[in-house]
Design a protein around this ligand. Structure first.
Ligand code: AR6
Length: 176
């Protein structure tokens, strides 16, 4: 019997290239674009993306909203707003977990079999990578255990060091 780790992939590279049902964007609460992975997604999707985002009237930290993928190979973009790291006492961990959970719920509601996440909040928002990776893997594997959709979660790491951290974290998951 395969456990949930069989439904987790770790990919090193640019999330805008992935032909999955949904890619997740590490957005800000305006949903109108920015730097980092958000800038890359908007550039690759084309100007229709920001036009649809304007109609969403923003998004709260820890929540997520879906748009089409336009010129991306992915059918949908799920825009989530991670917490800015303020030292760890401002609910950052719970808010980051909520980003993963809400994104997976929205993917499921749109019948997505495959979804790819970037390392939300670990760039411009400065969330410590070790803890962010534990939250990403822990929350996603918990959701996979309880749900058949999405079938496969890909963690898209921008560099080899991050991918290694994800590999170690997945390996440490107790399969129960
Ligand atoms: N593919 C995959 N991962 C990427 C890519 C890419 N093309 N580009 C960067 N990363 P960040 P945040 C990684 O800063 O910390 C924006 O301005 C990057 O190495 O993109 O959540 C938004 O508008 C890092 O590991 O997002 C917000 O204002 C991870 O993606 C703010 O930044 C997340 O880094 C959000 O900050």
């Amino acid at each position: 019997m395969g456990g949930v780790t069989d439904r987790i992939r770790i990919h090193t590279g640019d999330i805008t290239k992935l032909a999955v049902d949904a890619i997740v964007n590490a957005a800000n609460s305006s949903l109108l674009g920015g730097g980092g992975v958000d800038g890359a997604i908007h550039r690759a999707a084309g100007p229709e993306l920001v036009a649809e985002c304007r109609m969403l009237h923003g998004c709260k930290t820890g929540d997520a909203k879906l748009t089409k993928g336009y010129r991306l190979p992915a059918r949908y973009v799920i825009h989530t707003v991670g917490p800015v790291w303020l030292g760890g006492e401002k609910g950052e961990a719970e808010l980051l977990a909520s980003c993963y959970r809400r994104s997976l719920e929205i993917a499921q509601a749109h019948d997505c079999r495959t979804i790819a996440f970037p390392a939300i909040s670990t760039g411009i928002y400065r969330f410590p990578k070790d803890e962010a990776t534990r939250i990403a893997v822990g929350t996603s594997s918990g959701f996979l255990r309880q749900n058949t959709l999405p079938d496969v979660v890909t963690f898209c790491c921008f560099d080899a060091q991050t991918a290694e951290l994800y590999r170690l974290t997945v390996a440490n998951l107790g399969e129960g």
